[in-house]
Design a protein around this ligand. Structure first.
Ligand code: GLC
Length: 452
């Protein structure tokens, strides 16, 4: 490599994390083109999956169990829908999904879910035998074969349970339910978390037409006119719109910096989920680690200190990024403590300021990218931004990461100018599970109307 001055190396690093205004239009138009190709079943990095579900009416009623699976936790909740756009959640329990399950055998994985349901029932004293229906949020790319069935196309977010890809997941869950004596549980709906989030918000907000997750993974769905979904072969919906699960995490028309390419190569799914690897909580810490490690190698950071700890994949978790960015202590002492925890004993203030700057740029790039692809989805629905749009958003990055939501807003403003006032970003906490219950209620309601 030719000799580069310290300032040149830093400028190059900062520039590779920047998305200048001049590049935004290009990303929006590439994303729109991929959306259109995906809707007509042409080759595209966007799967654009029809869900056979539309936004609810707000009149859905009843008691339901929601099973929410797809990140670091499995959540089970009991929900009561009042039928007047109000939802009451009476009991909720979270279970950690250990690596031995998320990368283990299919039977163990589904049996574990059933054991969690049993524990939930014991602790909540909810009698599942009463015949409660269950809404299942399964936050992975699923080809829906019906409202309550779907085939897993591939695992994402480092899940790698064997023998599930290409299989119908509700059938696998049902098999374990029967084995565990829980055969009276009816699985009424299978939804993606983005769909759950959109549905949960639109239960009380008719302007909501997009659902976004910015957490461990990232993805979005939106309400599309059925007439625009050229690849749709059979349709049971009587509405004019259907929710499409974009699976935007797989968008791949983006320029990769060397650190992105390294992260991708070392991942369980190289070449896939490129946008997700630049945006979501699962990967931001790792991007920062690679950049900081490289600067330490060049002796631009930490002088002669021993930084071998930085060579280990995964040591710099995304939570550190949030903690460092939030560090407003004098002398960045919290950052110093955190670096010490990583084995870097002697950081100078300059080192810490630089580390903080890198963390900010990594998460800022992710937030800007998510705002840009969101802008593409909005223009697909309403090219001149004539109507109001509520975007239901859930996920820890959006909710908790310092400054993340503000960067999204500012970027939408940069793209749409004053018209961005028509876009409302609405944090929809725990929407994914609630939405699954509402969808289950909507399906049961629709079926009973068909019978009568
Ligand atoms: C991953 C999954 C997607 C999910 C998203 C957020 O991208 O493929 O289905 O919606 O994570 O959890």
């Amino acid at each position: 490599m030719p000799y580069l001055s310290v300032s040149r190396i830093l400028i190059n690093t900062f520039e590779s994390l920047d998305i200048p205004s001049s590049r935004i239009k290009r990303i929006v138009s590439d994303f729109r083109a991929e959306m259109s190709r995906g809707l007509c079943a042409q080759k595209s990095s966007l799967k654009m999956i029809p869900t056979y579900v539309d936004a609810p009416s707000g009149k859905e009623k009843g008691r339901f169990i929601a099973l929410d699976l797809g990140g670091t936790n499995l959540r089970i909740l009991e929900l009561e829908l009042a039928g007047n756009a109000r939802i009451r959640s009476s009991f909720e329990k979270r279970f950690t999904l250990e690596n031995k399950y998320t990368s283990g055998r299919q039977e163990d994985f589904f049996d574990f879910i059933c054991e969690c349901i049993q524990k939930f029932a014991e602790e909540s004293k909810i009698s599942l035998k009463a015949g409660l229906s269950l809404g299942f949020t399964f936050s992975f790319p699923i080809r829906q074969t019906g409202v309550s069935s779907g085939i897993l196309l591939r695992w994402t977010k480092d899940f790698s349970v064997k023998g599930v890809e290409g299989k119908e997941v509700v059938g696998l869950l049902r098999k374990s339910l029967i084995k565990k004596g829980l055969n009276y549980i009816k699985i009424a709906a299978l939804v993606n978390d983005t769909v759950g989030t959109l549905v949960a918000r639109s239960y009380s907000d008719p302007d909501c037409d997009i659902g976004v997750i910015l957490g461990t993974g990232t993805n979005a769905c939106y309400r599309e006119r059925i007439s625009q979904i050229a690849k749709l072969k059979h349709n049971t919906l009587k509405t004019t719109n259907m929710i499409i699960n974009i699976e935007w995490g797989n968008f791949n028309k983006l320029k990769l910096a060397p650190f992105d390419a390294e992260l991708d190569k070392a991942s369980v799914n190289p070449g896939e989920q490129i946008l997700e690897k630049m945006v979501s909580g699962m990967y931001l810490g790792e991007i920062a680690r690679i950049i900081i490690r490289d600067l330490a190698k060049e002796k631009i950071l930490f002088g002669a200190a021993d930084t071998t700890a930085l060579n280990r994949r995964g040591v710099f978790v995304t939570r550190y990024l949030s903690d460092i960015e939030a560090d407003s202590s004098n002398g960045l002492l919290k950052t110093q403590r955190l670096l010490r925890g990583l084995g870097i004993r002697n950081s100078t203030l300059r080192d810490r300021v630089l580390v903080k700057k890198i963390c900010e740029l990594v998460s800022r790039r992710g937030a800007r990218l998510s705002a840009i692809v969101l802008a593409a989805v909005i223009t697909k629905i309403d090219s001149r931004l004539l109507r109001k749009h509520t975007i239901a958003i859930d996920g820890t990055l959006y909710e908790k990461h310092p400054g993340y939501a503000q960067v999204i807003k500012a970027t939408l403003n940069e793209i749409f100018g004053r018209k961005s006032a028509k876009i409302k970003l609405a944090l929809t906490k725990d929407g994914s599970g609630k939405g699954a219950a509402i969808t289950a209620a909507a399906i049961i309601r629709m079926k009973s109307k068909e019978v009568n």
